[in-house]
Design a protein around this ligand. Structure first.
Ligand SMILES: Nc1ncnc2c1ncn2[C@@H]1O[C@H](COP(=O)(O)OP(=O)(O)OP(=O)(O)O)[C@@H](O)[C@H]1O
Length: 299
């Protein structure tokens, strides 16, 4: 289990991560989402000991990453696939990591096969790898020590469609065998398909966390009208706060019957009125992070 408790990290007085707490549990895939600059990478870097927290803590089964005796055997990490030594071959990178962890050399070939890097590709220097090949090599390195926890920043980055599906199956299988997976991604469809739990961060703070099903079910009501601003205003006057998305939809925690009654009383014709359940992760993500979106997609 990964436990992040009251984690704060500031840079020059500004909080990149602000009092963040969540857990990623064994047997579950936890998706970590947020807009650009929300604090995902900073959080993951603190979890794996690359960045020191300003306050708070991050532990893996109660132990700080830096205090794990043989971290690669316990936690597989892929934060930046381009951080590998560009002058080494893929096979060398894995062989060095295997030796450091005290693993037999045979493990290298097993991992290369698992991530579908051919022997010829494994002999090439990493500087000549495509992004997707680097990503596959990074996943091989993360899995090398047969860890029980995986921490991945944008693992699907650069993978082709078949590669994305392969990654999805691999992570689902890993969690199915009792492993803990924490992954960040901007690919909401991927997260929607793969994650059991979600942690959503915006502006350095957690804006939602919990089981995916529950979060998506609690998404409230979605209404559309030719006059969305008037609808949002009428809802506000009725004491029902709402958010207005750039696609013209109005979302509120109130139930559909209340929204319909307000619209009727205000003389506003609705073109759509339904429970937002099933509206999907993208809608939920955009409305939860509206205040911290650069594009102001939801005002
Ligand atoms: N080393 C650093 N020095 C100064 N500021 C930093 C540093 N690292 C991160 N930040 C700032 O912290 C904030 C959070 O950045 P972070 O990389 O954690 O976001 P992110 O959610 O991973 O974003 P993205 O989706 O764009 O990858 C940003 O405002 C960023 O500029």
């Amino acid at each position: 289990m990964i436990t992040v408790e009251s984690l704060t990290r500031t840079y020059a007085g500004a909080a990149a991560v602000d009092d963040v707490s969540f857990t990623a549990r064994p047997g579950r895939v936890t998706g970590f989402l947020g807009p650009n600059g929300a604090g995902k990478s900073t959080t993951l870097r603190v979890v794996v000991g690359l960045t020191a927290p300003t306050s708070g803590s991050a532990t893996i089964d109660g132990v700080r990453f830096a205090d794990l005796p043989n971290p690669g055997r316990e936690v597989g990490v892929l934060l930046d696939a381009s951080a590998q030594h560009a002058g080494r071959t893929g096979r060398e990178i894995l062989a060095i990591a295997a030796a450091t962890m005290g693993l037999p050399g045979s493990r290298v070939a097993e991992m290369l096969e698992l991530v579908s890097l051919t022997p010829a590709e494994a002999r090439r220097r990493v500087r000549h790898y495509s992004l997707g090949m680097r990503q596959r090599l990074g996943i091989a390195a993360a899995l090398l020590g047969d860890p029980r926890v995986l921490i991945l920043d944008e693992p699907a980055n650069g993978l082709d469609p078949a590669g994305i599906r392969w990654m999805r199956d691999l992570l689902t299988d890993f969690a199915g065998r009792g492993g803990t997976v924490l992954l960040s991604s901007h690919l909401l469809h991927e997260i929607e398909v793969i994650a059991d739990d979600l942690v959503v961060i915006g502006g350095g703070r957690i804006v939602a966390s919990g089981a995916k099903e529950e979060l998506l079910a609690a998404a409230g009501t979605l209404a559309r009208s030719a006059a969305p601003r008037e609808l949002a205003h009428a809802l506000e006057l009725a004491g029902l706060p709402s958010t207005l998305a750039s696609d013209g939809s109005v979302r509120t925690d109130a139930d559909p019957a209340q929204v319909g009654a307000v619209a009727l009383a205000a003389g506003i014709a609705l073109t759509e009125l339904r429970s937002a359940e099933g509206a999907g992760l993208e809608d939920m993500f955009l409305s939860l992070t509206a205040a911290t979106q650069r594009e102001g997609v939801a005002a």
